[in-house]
Design a protein around this ligand. Structure first.
Ligand SMILES: C[S@@+](CC[C@H](N)C(=O)[O-])C[C@H]1O[C@@H](n2cnc3c(N)ncnc32)[C@H](O)[C@@H]1O
Length: 224
């Protein structure tokens, strides 16, 4: 920790990502912030079929099923998590309305989508992790736009405010963002998201920025 606080490069590289802890923390915060936000946006645009990137153990999709009555598909890169989530659905009220697809959101060409219309793609705090390779994210977004030209694309993401320093407020989100800073992950600002999606052929339909949480919600659609 001391090395991280000194912005020591070696300490940053050595910092281990505890995926399990990240998943739990992200889900816990999701219930307070991202999930209700996405639920409201889906309702506002009357969207009822959703593909979520990085569905994990399906907490978000189950929330949206319960609140919005959606039909949902979750794309999950980790085969163990995808299998466990699929097993969890069996024999529950979610079986047949939620489904897990194992695959990489950054490789749209390799993902086989189910039959049926997907009206919205949703990604919560996922894309920033890959933004150190902006070209890769750009290509993936362009690929999804070609694959799902009609779909709304909703992201809830880190959104760095101008000149703000993380860690000044005792909010859990601030701690979360401070951790991203210390480990050298991308902390994009509102403009970065708008430029990224525009370069990938999208137009911005709606956005909300929450400076105290250093997060924003963005709704995009294909520009053509
Ligand atoms: C922080 S968890 C969020 C889980 C879920 N959205 C929720 O709210 O409970 C992020 C998940 O995204 C998955 N993931 C990370 N990169 C991915 C990618 N490129 N494609 C698909 N899933 C990915 C991780 O394996 C992890 O399960």
């Amino acid at each position: 920790m001391e090395g991280l606080l000194r912005s020591d490069q070696a300490a940053r590289s050595a910092a281990r990502r505890d995926e399990e802890a990240i998943r739990e923390a992200s889900t816990a915060l999701g219930f307070d912030f991202a999930y209700p936000l996405v639920s409201g946006l889906l309702r506002a645009y009357r969207l009822t079929s959703v593909l979520e990137f990085g569905c994990g153990r399906l907490a978000h999709l189950k929330y949206l099923r319960d609140r919005n009555g959606i039909k949902g598909w979750g794309l999950e890169i980790d085969s163990r998590i995808a299998a466990a989530s699929t097993r969890d659905l069996q024999g529950t009220a979610y079986e047949g309305v939620l489904q897990v697809i194992e695959g990489d959101a950054l490789s749209p060409g390799s993902v086989i989508l189910p039959a049926g219309r997907i009206e919205a793609v949703v990604a919560v705090d996922l894309l920033h992790f890959y933004l150190r390779d902006r070209e890769r994210v750009l290509a993936a977004l362009a690929g999804w736009r070609e694959k799902l030209p009609e779909a709304f694309f909703i992201i809830v993401e880190i959104c760095r405010g101008p000149g703000r320093r993380a860690g000044r407020s005792p909010l859990p989100k601030a701690e979360y963002n401070l951790c991203h800073r210390l480990t050298g992950q991308a902390l994009p600002a509102e403009r970065d998201w708008l430029e990224l999606f525009e370069a990938a052929g999208y137009r911005s339909v709606r956005k909300f920025v929450f400076p105290s949480l250093e997060h924003g919600a963005f709704v995009f659609r294909s520009a053509s």
